[in-house]
Design a protein around this ligand. Structure first.
Ligand code: HEC
Length: 139
């Protein structure tokens, strides 16, 4: 019951974001397509490394954990989705990159005693985020 309550709260929160038109995707169609391709080649292998224990495995749609970050398993669709939802914002504490890089043990991803993401993989993601930020239209 308690878990159901928390999940319902998350659903309401996520819906709030959508209803209020939070869309963090300010790329041109051409840039979005190019970055989706790069995401699949460069970033997806890191996110899916480790199967069920990977970022994508634990954050799979339908998994009963308390998070609004959800991957369907389709790299390009998931790219468009998490870009829109704001998980790829440069420097945002709730973003994929910052949750990987954080020094706070209660915030780091993957959680708990799991090994940290290798530095090389973090750098690939960081470069990707920086390149994308440079192409995002200014508000
Ligand atoms: C063992 C399961 C598990 C794995 C593996 C895992 N996560 Fe998480 N993640 C969670 C849970 C549970 C939360 C919600 C609690 C929290 O925010 O710490 C979360 C929260 C997050 C959030 C914040 C989402 C939000 O709701 O705003 C991000 C971003 C994130 N994870 C990214 C990652 C990335 C990137 C990886 C791989 C490097 C990863 N996670 C691996 C379980 C997991």
């Amino acid at each position: 019951m308690r878990a159901a309550g928390i999940l319902a709260a998350c659903a309401v929160f996520a819906t709030w974001g959508l209803v209020h038109g939070e869309n963090f995707d300010r790329l041109s169609d051409a840039d979005r397509a190019a970055f989706a391709e790069r995401f699949e080649k460069e970033v997806w292998p890191m996110l899916s490394k480790g199967g069920k224990e990977s970022c994508i495995g634990c954050h799979a749609v339908g998994k009963n954990n308390v998070t609004t970050l959800r991957f369907t398993g389709d790299a390009r669709k998931d790219y468009a989705k998490i870009l829109k939802e704001g998980y790829l914002i440069k420097g945002d504490a709730g973003s994929v990159l910052e949750r990987i890089k954080t020094t706070r043990s209660d915030r780091k991803m993957p959680p708990g005693k799991r090994d940290r993401v290798p530095v090389d993989d973090v750098q690939v993601l960081e470069r990707f985020i920086n390149d994308m930020e440079a192409k995002q239209a200014k508000k």
